[in-house]
Design a protein around this ligand. Structure first.
Ligand SMILES: [Zn+2]
Length: 501
């Protein structure tokens, strides 16, 4: 058993339920085999374990590693040629994106995330065409990439059964298009027509592939209400219960999704999921922007979690989620960068700061704004609770995985920071990605001093640049044409939806 003591000037072990960060000065973590054994005063640990090697971060704050609770791809849609648009139009514009090898793509995303202190990601994979074998091979490439870089990940293939282009029937939408676009879209959709049973078979295979692994686990992700039938949702929930895995589902991301739910269910999306038996602590709703008070009550009473995707909601003009109301109702909140974050670089420190600022409302009452501790909790223990690593990451405590990030607080606050501001506040309000010094995942310092321990970042970036410098393939060129050809018809499809105020 290889053990080590990692200590720091400040050690944050977690955030209490009322949002108070727990900070120890000059303390350390004794860890072995990927897990925390003990947390104590640094000098005390050194005295009692003289044989154990020690690393001290003298200018740093050591915090539980951040959890990106909602992620899809590596190279961002913007980088691959798909501009930011309102979500329903963006779905169509996503056709324009170039094809990227899933292994290199996943490494690229992991580089961004780890370098901003993220140690665990909830990866909801949206792609792959072809049948079960191709989906399985592609998923394994994603998992191989996380294994190679040493990042903890919860993987789920995004389950879809229907309505894959607009909030209506695929065949009917294709038939409504001009003949050439209709034929091309029909052909495109036919490339990925696996049944829900096959998609659940993929989940079963991935469960087997990752059995007994500490770094990689899988869960289930019914992609969104419009993409699933009621029978399908119930089948997925049953499977989740049988396998003992949580579910993550996009819901009520835009006002158009709220209207779709109203038309389909008569009751609204959250009440409908309640009736189908899906709500509960093992379900996380991604986005959940367009909730009403009754929905929030349902989520609170059932213990359902919400993942707040702050940047994404802004970039795709989805709206502003009722984060303060959710927090006041006691709902477990995670934080997700979704595709890219506000600067297209998946910076979790910036995402926390954005959430902190966006959800503060005018007025003197402290309850009208989130606190630093509450937002840090979302990015650590809250996000962890939405994954199969629940209660094993998100805090630093004996028995939990040693996933942590050391951030150089002295460099972040140079030349001066007055002691009147708590160190954890100074860190969350001032530190940037370049101040992330060392990232430990399962005790492994996978990133230190700007370098990845197991993978050569520059070589991967060079390979991506090389492969993407080729001309568009005929398939990519056709998809780009198809995105442009269908766009006015996608827009027109929503003509009879009420436009937001
Ligand atoms: Zn998403």
């Amino acid at each position: 058993m290889t053990s080590q003591i990692v200590s720091a000037r400040w050690l944050v072990t977690g955030v209490s339920a009322d949002g108070q960060p727990r900070v120890l000065a000059d303390a350390g973590v004794l860890h072995a085999d990927g897990r925390v054994l003990e947390i104590a005063d640094r000098a005390d640990l050194a005295r009692r374990h003289p044989q154990v090697t020690a690393v001290h971060h003298a200018r740093h704050m050591l915090l539980p590693g951040f959890v990106n609770a909602h992620h899809h791809v590596g190279l961002t849609p913007l980088a691959l040629g798909s501009p930011d648009l309102p979500l329903e139009l963006w779905f169509a514009s996503r056709l324009s994106a170039r094809d990227v090898d899933p292994y290199l793509d996943t490494l690229y995303g992991a580089f961004d995330m780890i370098a901003s202190g993220i140690t665990c990601v909830q990866h909801l994979y949206p792609r792959f065409s072809g049948g079960l074998e191709q989906m399985h091979a592609g998923s394994r490439r994603v998992l191989d990439a996380y294994r190679a870089v040493g990042m903890r990940a919860s993987f789920a293939y995004s389950l879809r059964e229907q309505n894959r282009f607009v909030y209506g029937d695929d065949a009917a939408f294709c038939a409504s298009l001009p003949a050439d676009a209709g034929t091309a879209l029909r052909r495109h959709l036919a490339r990925s027509t696996t049944t829900l049973a096959e998609q659940l078979a993929l989940h079963g295979r991935l469960m087997k592939d990752t059995r007994g692994q500490d770094l990689l686990r899988v869960q289930l992700a019914p992609a969104n209400l419009h993409w699933m039938s009621d029978d399908g949702l119930q089948a997925v929930a049953e499977r989740a219960r049988a396998d003992g895995v949580p579910m993550h589902m996009h819901l009520l991301e835009t006002p158009f999704q709220r209207e779709y739910a109203r038309r389909r269910t008569g009751t609204g999306a959250v009440a409908h999921l309640e009736r189908l038996g899906l709500l509960g602590p093992d379900l996380t709703l991604g986005h959940a922007v367009w909730l009403d008070d009754a929905d929030i009550d349902r989520l609170a009473h059932s213990g359902t979690c919400v993942c707040h995707n702050c940047s994404s909601n802004l970039r795709l003009r989805s709206g502003t989620a009722p984060v303060q109301a959710l927090a006041r109702a006691g709902i477990t909140l995670g934080l997700g960068l979704d595709e890219a974050g506000i600067n297209d670089d998946r910076d979790m420190l910036q995402e926390m700061r954005l959430a902190l600022r966006l959800h503060g409302r005018p007025g003197f009452d402290a309850a009208r704004a989130p606190t630093v501790g509450e937002v840090l909790r979302m990015a650590t223990e809250g996000g962890a609770a939405t994954t199969p690593f629940k209660r094993q990451i998100g805090r630093l405590a004996p028995g939990m995985f040693f996933d942590a990030v050391a951030i150089d607080l002295q460099a972040a606050t140079r030349p001066f920071q007055d002691d009147a501001i708590a160190p954890v506040d100074a860190l969350l309000l001032r530190a940037k990605k370049e101040h992330v010094d060392t990232v430990y995942i399962g005790g492994d310092p996978v990133y230190a001093g700007g370098r990845f321990r197991h993978v050569d970042r520059d070589a991967v970036l060079d390979e991506l640049a090389e492969t993407l410098s080729r001309p568009l393939t005929p398939a990519e060129a056709e998809r780009r044409w198809l995105a442009a050809a269908t766009m006015p018809h996608v827009r027109a499809f929503y003509d009879d939806y009420p436009q937001p105020d």
